[in-house]
Ligand binder design. Structure first.
Ligand SMILES: [Zn+2]
Length: 87
């Protein structure tokens, strides 16, 4: 079947436990972006598979990153910024 492969459930795992070298840092917004949805909301642990220890750290780092304007708080805020830069 052509479509069978597409729906194979993937085993969830903590990316930070699997790769110890992966930095969990507010400066690395490119990595943190994988753990927020398109509206900027932090994705729950049960969905991403991140362990409790790293999810706690991740939340703090995402919030720091927002404070440093590396990441968005909300999608509406991002829209407002875009509109202002156009005008
Ligand atoms: Zn972990």
């Amino acid at each position: 079947m052509a479509f069978k492969k597409k729906f194979t459930p993937r085993k969830k795992f903590c990316r930070f436990c699997a790769d110890k070298a992966l930095p969990l840092d507010y400066k690395r917004a490119d990595i943190l972006r994988d753990f927020v949805n398109e509206r900027g909301k932090i994705i729950a642990r049960r969905i991403t598979g991140t362990c409790a220890h790293h999810q706690r750290k991740l939340t703090v780092e995402i919030k720091r990153s927002r404070q440093m304007a590396l990441m968005i708080y909300t999608a509406t805020h991002a829209c407002d910024v875009k509109k202002k830069s156009v005008l």
